[in-house]
Design a protein around this ligand. Sequence first.
Ligand code: SAM
Length: 227
Amino acid sequence: MTIEKTGTLYVVATPIGNLADICERALETLRAVDMIACEDTRVTKRLLDRYDISTPTVSYHQHSKATKIDYIASLLESGKSVALVSDAGTPGISDPGSKLVEAVYEKGVKVEVIPGPSAVTAALSVSGLPSDKFIFLGFAPTKKGREKFFTQVADSELTVVFYESVHRIEKALEQLASVLDSKRTVVVCRELTKMFESIYRGNAQEVLEQLRTDKIKGEFVVIVEGT
Ligand code: SAM
């Protein structure tokens, strides 16, 4: 594979759990670039070690200052190639990737994608719910706007997908149970591609009860059938 050495930013999708879920072109790119910008260098190191990749890394996360974007942009402007990865999945989907991509476009840098896994599409594909059209709402708000969020989910004609953290997944299902008709199907995908992968399906109350019988741990995607 030929990697352009003319300052390209490669946006590279990485696994959402199982480290084997990475394509050949992603590995070739991670090997060939001058630098890998990643959220948590320790998380990305596990992937790089698994494939014997020794490319230097630089951290770029949601708390990174503008100077970090300037630094990465300056590497690109000087002709270096950089791969952008996130801790899991596709950079820019509910993580800080898009800010860097926007900034380098403004500098006239070329951007290329190496597509792959994302929790949103992985969950949707196993949900068994209509997915020809859907709405992705990112993370459910933690406090302010949470009630309105669940009303929006309940009113949606289309399948709705959102991310929820382990701290609030039980609460989210309680809130869904209070706003959804009991005929509406809810699917909760936990730890996709990992050892404790589980897919819970039913109405919101049923899914809540199934979840409570298991240990409520891990990462979650919630999918709600449209009206
Ligand atoms: N960019 C990522 C992507 O493309 O999926 C998403 C990043 S977002 C910060 C992380 C959230 O994605 C987690 O809190 C969880 O809701 C969801 N997620 C990531 N990996 C997952 C997995 N293996 N199983 C279920 N949900 C997952």
